[in-house]
Design a protein around this ligand. Structure first.
Ligand code: AGP
Length: 609
């Protein structure tokens, strides 16, 4: 949700900002801009559109070199996408970029209007710029001015600020939105995401909540409110620039789909010790898990869909009751939390505002909180009592694929671990399960790639549809919900997922001649029941694609098109089916000419509630 990047040092900042913004575009891409320190002035350039539009403008205007600049790529919240609402926002004193939302901006704006301030944009960010300006005029000290401004602002923010009379200095502060500090050979950097800085350095510091950073070409400091310094905690990353590049794939989404087998293994195998799941390296003791009498899984979007699979796996193997909640609803549903409640917060980015708020609510009410998080050092990872990191590497495509895959992987491990602790599976059964997961799941996903040509043909039949239904039972319903979201978000085809048996309670009235239905059956257990539901659809004219397990009994007699999943062991079919659905969504979106990695209206990390 908005990407920000800043550099000050001995090199030209402009190409660095543009490069960083290009990487950050997935965080928001409706307008873009930068502000640069130039001879005691701040020069700003911004426009509606994407980073390429800014790059063109910079060239057309022969934008001069500068050693200090900040940039922003926006996902609109307050004020639509436009040149004027694009960041940076400037006053007579400073320029500022902002990621987040200032919740009390209306009252603050009214007060500032009374004082005669003239606003040019509709944004909450411009209000913050003026609040800091007023404080700076009164206090003449940037650090004091920023800290006292923060007492007036409520909401979430990561700000980067240039003051006209402080050349070569960037001030930045965060509350609820991430900021990463970095040092390189040629100066200091600060950005909303580590990936923006990977081309320049491998040494980073996650700025803590509420902290203020002062970046100059010679130093990167964290300054406390009383003016004393806090030692930054520097960490090296082994993440490479290639991890954030397409490496020959036409889209990040396709690259990330292909990274799933490896991401699955990287997440699962280090946590299997002596053949059994072991979370001691993650700070999750067996005693803590043993205490879990009930489990809440809380997340948004695809992460919540991974949680639906988690519920199925945990209840099926470990027999512990699990409730899956949409994070934005959680706090308002009066959840029944006590000290025997394990709350699992699932988030690829670790920054999703609703999930973070739910985590804080759970902690306040005494739950033991555990994150399943991909981004190291992110807010949820830092605030949860423990975190199981998923090792998918950076996920750039807005539509998650490998991020979801590793979340399901984490749930497979958790379910196996809990069933060992609860004794619902014997130690030998858990051992077998673990070795099957490592052996079969990556192979099953890999072999699903060989169905890609078949899937391209399927996509040709689907891409002109206006509506589409996904049906399945049990875990296949959970998979269908995610398959449907993938299709919707990147191809803009309306689709719904239904528990196969539920369709006849109303929605079947929408099935008419030619309505496409994708039915999923990944195991024999519910196959016959699903087949009956398919027949209900086909007898009303539906055109059914049946994604089924390899040994399924005569699916060709039931559906118009059959996609048989590879023949690999049990438990592997679900991620094979998901891979097939990801590829279907991808190929449909390709045929429709959609912007696959940056679908309209979306952003990768949703840091507003
Ligand atoms: C899925 O493709 C979406 N990008 C979205 O639903 C996403 O899963 C959701 O916003 C949660 O994000 P998180 O995992 O970063 O918390």
């Amino acid at each position: 949700m908005c990407g920000i990047v800043g550099f000050t040092g001995s090199a030209n900042a402009v190409p660095k900002i543009v490069k960083g913004l290009k990487v950050l575009e997935y965080r928001g891409y409706d307008s873009v801009g930068l502000a640069a320190q130039l001879n005691g002035e701040i020069k700003t350039l911004k426009c509606k559109g994407r980073v390429d539009a800014l790059r063109d403008k910079l060239e057309q205007e022969h934008f001069p070199a500068t050693d200090c600049a900040i940039g922003h790529t926006r996902w609109a919240t307050h004020g639509g996408p436009s040149d004027i609402n694009a960041h940076p926002h400037s006053t007579d004193t400073l320029a500022l970029v902002h990621n987040g939302i200032i919740e009390n901006y209306r009252e603050l704006k009214a007060q500032l209007l009374e004082k005669g301030v003239k606003f040019v944009s509709e944004t909450d960010s411009e209000v913050a710029a003026w609040v800091i300006t007023e404080e700076y005029k009164a206090q003449k000290d940037p650090i004091k001015a920023i800290y006292s401004s923060l007492k007036k602002l409520s909401g979430s923010y990561a700000f980067e600020i240039l003051f006209k009379d402080r050349p070569g200095e960037i001030f930045a502060v965060r509350q609820g939105s991430p900021l990463i500090l970095a040092t390189g050979v040629d100066g200091g950097y600060i950005a909303s995401d580590m990936t923006a800085l990977l081309p320049f350095t491998d040494t980073f510091c996650f700025l803590r909540e509420g902290a203020l950073a002062h970046v100059t070409k010679d130093s990167v400091q964290i300054v406390k409110e009383d003016g004393t310094l806090e030692e930054p905690v520097w960490q090296k990353t082994d993440m490479t620039v290639e991890a954030a590049e397409k490496c020959g794939y036409p889209h990040f989404m396709l690259k990330e789909i292909h990274e799933q087998p490896n991401a699955f293994l990287k997440t699962v195998s280090p946590r299997i010790k002596n053949g059994l799941p072991d979370f001691s390296g993650d700070g999750v003791s067996d005693d803590l898990l043993r205490r879990a009498k009930k489990i809440y899984i809380v997340a948004c979007g695809s992460a919540m869909h991974a949680g639906l699979c988690g519920k199925y796996l945990i209840e099926h193997w470990a027999k512990i009751p699990v409730t899956v909640e949409i994070a934005s609803e959680f706090r308002y549903n009066d959840p029944l939390i006590d000290s025997d409640t394990l709350m699992i917060i699932v988030s690829q980015s670790g920054e999703t505002a609703d999930s973070l708020a739910a985590l804080r609510y759970g902690k306040e009410h005494g739950a033991f909180t555990m994150g399943i998080i991909n981004v190291v050092g992110s807010s949820i990872a830092r605030e949860a009592d423990a975190t199981l990191y998923t090792y998918a590497g950076p996920e750039i495509a807005v539509a998650t694929t490998k991020g979801y895959c590793v979340q399901v992987a984490a749930f497979m491990l958790i379910a196996a671990k809990l069933s060992a602790l609860c004794g619902t599976l014997s130690e030998n059964e858990v051992r077998t399960l673990c070795s099957e997961l490592c052996r079969d799941v990556p192979k099953a996903i890999e072999e699903t790639f060989s169905l890609h040509d078949e899937i391209k043909e399927i996509a040709k039949k689907l891409y002109q549809s206006e509506n589409l239904f996904y049906i399945g039972r049990g875990i296949d319903y959970a998979l269908g919900v995610e398959g449907s979201l993938k299709l919707k978000e990147i191809s803009y085809i309306h689709s719904e997922a239904y528990a196969a048996g539920e369709l006849k309670h109303g929605t079947i009235s929408l099935i008419t001649e030619g309505t496409p239905v994708i039915a999923v059956a990944t195991s024999a257990r519910l196959y016959d029941k699903t087949v009956s539901n398919i027949r209900e659809c086909s007898s009303r004219g539906a055109n059914v694609l049946f994604i089924c397990y390899n040994d399924a009994h005569q699916p060709e007699n039931v559906a118009d098109t059959v996609l048989r999943l590879p023949k690999v062991g049990r438990h592997a079919e679900m991620l094979a089916a998901m891979t097939a659905m990801q590829l279907i969504a991808y190929e449909v979106a390709v045929l429709r000419g959609c912007d696959i990695d940056r679908p309209r209206n979306l952003a990768k990390s949703v840091t507003v509630e």
